[in-house]
Design a protein around this ligand. Structure first.
Ligand code: BTN
Length: 243
């Protein structure tokens, strides 16, 4: 994979989009910034991106739009999980759709975006990992953690190298249907909240349900009011997770 490093960017995802549109990069590129001035999170949130605190990168892959590109987000979550596991990080879990937690606190977030350039589609998979953060603001302190706060030391460059390899490995597997099943099983084995009550939005209405698992297309299966519902996007609130 080709790598591009920057000291500071608004957002590695935004930079990736601009460079794709300008034909400055193509598939299989990794963009990293030491710092982001407008780091983006999911659902219009921002992502804290101070220099030296986290690993901020985006991976660009051309996708076949007919082959469920959202599986790439799932692949990224598994890649981060496996990479951290290989550094012996304990108590890891995956919260749907793609947060990596330690215990009940978020360590890593993933923001995947899809853009079209001249009829070709590219997935931009933005990954943010809290590495050296010594503390979080009052509203985040019960919800977020960093490797430092968990007493784990991993050199950021080593983490990035390992993560890239891990991503390629999982990516190659999800392109194959037989392996996809194994990948989904792996995800379900590490999914936080199976059997737990969850609050979610479905077509604008709030529901309570029980998490059943993740489907092969990356959607979340919830049992609510006696029936199965598949949730493709949005946010779920696990009852009793953050206390
Ligand atoms: C989330 O959990 O809300 C997703 C956070 C994603 C953050 C990463 S940091 C690198 C990339 N560039 C961004 O602007 N966002 C993603």
């Amino acid at each position: 994979m080709k790598r591009l490093y920057f000291d500071i960017l608004d957002s590695t995802n935004e930079k990736a989009k601009r460079m794709l549109r300008n034909k400055e990069i193509s598939s299989d590129t990794l963009i990293r910034a030491l710092e982001q001035s407008s780091g983006k999170g999911r659902l219009g949130r921002s992502w804290l991106s101070k220099k030296g605190e986290g690993l901020y990168l985006s991976i660009i892959k051309e996708v076949d739009i007919n082959k469920n590109p959202s599986i790439l987000t799932v692949a990224a979550a598994i890649a981060v999980f496996k990479s951290l596991e290989s550094f012996d990080v304990k108590d890891l879990g995956i919260k749907w759709p793609n947060d990596i937690l330690i215990g009940s606190k978020k360590l890593c977030g993933i923001l995947s975006e899809l853009i079209e350039v001249d009829g070709r589609f590219f997935a931009i998979i933005g990954i943010g990992i809290n590495v050296n953060n010594k503390s979080f603001s009052e509203d985040l302190t019960t919800k977020a953690t960093s490797l430092f706060l968990e007493n784990v030391y991993i050199d950021m460059m080593d983490l990035m190298d390992n993560l890239e390899l891990s991503f390629e490995e999982v990516y190659n597997k999800v392109s194959d249907r037989w392996n996809l099943e194994k990948i989904v099983n792996f995800l379900n084995d590490h999914l936080i909240g199976i059997g737990n009550t969850v609050e979610f939005n479905y077509k604008g209405t709030k529901f309570l349900g029980i998490i059943d698992g993740i489907n092969a297309d990356g959607s979340l299966r919830i049992i609510s009011e006696g029936r199965l519902m598949d949730i493709f996007s949005g946010e779920i609130t696990l009852k009793g997770l953050y206390k």
